[in-house]
Design a protein around this ligand. Structure first.
Ligand code: NMX
Ligand code: MLT
Length: 468
């Protein structure tokens, strides 16, 4: 065999067998001068307390707490519109960054600041993005996956990073660099709805773009300088005034407020937060750091599961004769598992019960039962949340057979007219920015060092096994 790939192919069977043997044999072995077992090193570092994260912690049984506040606490305490259980994501960002519950005036002030950033840094004749970013986005193939476009758009905002600019000019005082980080984070968060709106509009082609009085030609709906962040996001995705009633508009805005309020943070070890923190530890600016977080969120075991769940539900409707029949659903799930595929939206690396964020999304549907009761896809999502845990428990492999955060959300967006399924994870990415970026500000305040763990190689591990 002469090609590199063929040479590698020859190596794979022996090395894979040896690796699996070594992993099994050394699972509980501690390496010299190392508190960790080989099992932890080779097993995705599960359960190890290895990172500092300021704003949230995840309890396997109770779920996420933001500075000690549960989701229900947040629904009760954080300022929002009058509607029950809904709060503004801006209020959550305030809590994440400060550990304090803001008042309504503070939240309105933050919204105003973000809207002013958009207005004063965009060429409003063409878009609600800086002209250079708008031009770049126009140049991307509209068929490129929305998450790839999103990460490119976010990293391109680095062009406007105060942190990067000051650092390159020698203005890099360690004690004050958090302020430039903070200013960049504000800029980035402010532009996320416009960027998401731009990507979504391009999926639809230019003919359907909004041409309103505000001359916004690059989103399907208007940016309103008086509206809150989630309302602008909803509007710029063109989800308002779709011939539905005004109540429906309020509901979809509330869904986006709730969703983007709940997905902000999930302690530090999840892929998007960890990647942002790792890249940021090299003093890459917030835009570069978060674009790497987005690239992690784009993986199917992480945030992309949100789109996969919707595709899975729609496919199930096609494959199963009667999607209200539990037995038929069970059989279908088994056919997936027997094909060595995962059931998207189920399982978790840390949680050992139903994800309370999933519970909150389901609660949203229950509070609006008249709207959802005739949607077969929402009904299927609800029924699967009972059937799939039974099947996965019997399957016996996964440690948590219950629904995770991605199980419910996408199909609710779909219900309200979001029809490009590949776009769903972009909304996750708008929300997830808040937690890791709040942490990045604190990383700079505390002067946390560059992250640089030590690694071990195969030959070293082999010495401790019977393979040696
Ligand atoms: N369907 C089928 N098999 C599963 C599932 C599932 N939903 N969840 C876990 N398993 C398998 C897993 O692939 C692994 O198999 P193997 O030993 O062959 O490698 C085994 O069960 C043990 O996995 P766990 O230790 O329970 O889970 P782990 O911590 O490795 O992974 C997830 C966690 C979330 C990656 C995993 O549960 C999964 O792949 N779920 C489906 C994808 C998904 O919903 N991801 C979204 C997570 C939330 N988010 O937004 O990030
Ligand atoms: C998340 O919100 O990041 C996911 O639930 C994945 C995780 O916490 O590992």
């Amino acid at each position: 065999n002469s090609t590199l790939k063929d040479t590698l192919k020859d190596l794979v069977p022996k090395r894979r067998t040896e690796f699996l043997q070594l992993r099994k044999e050394l699972a509980n072995t501690h390496l010299p001068d190392n508190d960790l077992t080989v099992g932890s090193i080779l097993g995705g570092m599960r359960g190890l307390q290895l990172m500092y994260w300021q704003s949230s912690t995840l309890d396997p049984n109770l779920g996420i707490k933001f500075h000690g506040y549960t989701i229900q606490d947040c629904q009760k305490l954080l300022p929002g519109p009058k509607n029950p259980n809904i709060f503004y994501p801006e209020a959550m960002f305030w809590l994440l960054l400060t550990g304090e519950i803001p008042n309504s005036k503070q939240v309105m002030g933050l919204t105003k600041q973000w809207n002013e950033i958009v207005i004063s840094n965009s060429n409003l004749e063409t878009s609600h993005l800086p002209a250079e970013v708008n031009k770049l986005m126009e140049s991307l193939p509209s068929t490129m996956h929305p998450m790839t476009q999103f990460a490119i758009g976010v990293s391109s905002l680095s062009h406007f990073s105060k942190f990067r600019d000051h650092y390159s000019r020698g203005l890099n005082n360690k004690l004050t660099m958090w302020e430039d980080t903070f200013d960049d984070v504000m800029t980035l968060l402010a532009f996320l709805p416009s960027l998401a709106g731009k990507i979504y509009a391009r999926l639809h082609g230019s003919s359907t773009r909004h041409k309103g009085n505000n001359k916004d030609t690059t989103s399907l709906g208007e940016f309103n300088s008086k509206a809150d962040w989630a309302k602008n996001l909803t509007s710029m995705l063109g989800l308002l005034n779709k011939g539905n009633s005004k109540n429906n508009d309020e509901d979809i805005i509330d869904l986006i407020r709730l969703y983007t309020g709940l997905h902000v943070d999930h302690e530090g070890g999840n892929v998007s937060a960890h990647a942002t923190h790792l890249v940021g530890s090299a003093l890459s600016d917030p835009m570069l750091s978060y674009s790497s977080g987005l690239l992690g969120l784009a993986g199917p075991l992480h945030g992309l599961a949100a789109q996969d769940v919707v595709k899975f539900l729609l496919e199930t409707q096609k494959q199963v004769k009667d999607s209200t029949d539990e037995k038929q659903l069970e059989d279908y799930l088994w056919s997936i598992l027997n094909n060595h595929r995962v059931i998207p939206g189920y399982g978790h690396a840390v949680l050992r019960r139903e994800d309370p964020r999933f519970t909150a999304m389901v609660q949203f549907t229950k509070e609006r039962q008249s709207q959802f009761k005739d949607d077969p896809n929402v009904n299927l999502m609800l029924l699967l949340s009972k059937v799939a845990p039974r099947v996965l428990a019997e399957y016996g492999k996964c440690k948590n057979p219950h629904p995770n955060v991605d199980s419910a959300s996408g199909i609710l967006f779909h219900h309200y007219g979001l029809n490009h399924l590949d776009f769903i994870t972009v909304i996750f990415g708008c929300s997830r920015a808040m937690g890791p970026l709040a942490q990045l500000v604190w990383d700079r305040i505390y002067g946390l060092p560059i992250e640089r763990p030590k690694s071990v190689d195969f030959n070293y591990l082999k010495k401790f096994s019977t393979l040696s």
